[in-house]
Design a protein around this ligand. Sequence first.
Ligand SMILES: [Zn+2]
Length: 397
Amino acid sequence: MNFPRLPEGFDLDPLRPRVLRHNAEAREVWDSYKADRPIRVPVHFAAARTLYHELHGLDWRGYYEDPDEMIRLQLETEKYKRELPLGDHPLAEAPDAWEVRVDFHPIATAASLGCPVMFRPDAVPAHQSLNRGLQECLEMEWPDWLESALMPRHAVFIDQFDQRCVTEGLRFMGKPVNRVKPTIPSTGGGIFSTALDLRGEEIMADMYEFPEEVHVLLERIAEWRIGLERTWTLRDGMAYPLDHPGKGEIEITDHGIDMLSVDTYETFIGSLISRLAAKYRQAPSTFLHHCGKGTHLLPAIMKRCKFDRLHALTWPLNDIGRIRRELGQHVWITAVIADTIYQGGPEATRAAVKEFLTPEVMGSGRICIWVAGEAAGIPVASYKAVYEAVKEFGRYR
Ligand SMILES: [Zn+2]
């Protein structure tokens, strides 16, 4: 069967002066940021996918059921992004190669554990917790990494991606299309997130009543997740970093941890990270994605893991000025301004960006803004307003 027809070029003239100016500035902004001599705060625009789906009234179901449709939509979205002057990415320019990925984010792991998945017509899929009893969690049989729930579909998609990209040599606007490897099923969080998927929030009461059992469960979850990553990395013909001392890192990102006190976090999660690090002879990761409101945990995590990149730190849920004071100016922060602010329209957005970009938050650099675009229904005018306001209030020189 032929691959669906793809556009042959951008709907935007790459030689228009406006486009040339935009691209020159975007490049300079990222280059100077990376060189640690920033001219202004960079804006990473990641909302094109949501906007594209809204524009075309797309149902996500097709995306999750048809590998060709998954490839087509990823390429179309990437093209569309490169036509939207809403962030510091190049306009009307194709990359040297396009990247596509098998993407059952964020539900692949939860689904294989048996969590009920909701495929919704207007949003990414979601899953429910199983709310199993603690004993049930301890006695459960751990699902097969290749055969449970969505996993066979994950494999079918990978093979179809390779058929298109490798065997048939799919190209888009004259450039090759590559599948990102290894393609590991989205684990959508961390060890504690998985505990919440299995046991629900009762796990936090268990931590007080049955600490020994919780330690056992968390360790089993950690090893199952490592097994999952190993299985799919090897399936892609690659070496699994944790099997080679010093070549990998122990993941420290975990959704839901902001509900824990510093003590509880350290006792159950922090100590487990240290044990895994010792067992696999790897250092903890220095990259922490944290989209919750765990300001109180960050100094303890830093002490243990010495992270230097903090990703998706959401404002105003977190006081980013305080975090800079407590952690030091050396940490690279990717900040997110809450979706609820963008939903308030362009004026509210502009005012919020102005309020956000204090001298303390801007520091002497190492901060950028990530426009995540997870929520539907945000007006394009708000996205325009963020970018314009950062250009106005986010300059260093
Ligand atoms: Zn997150």
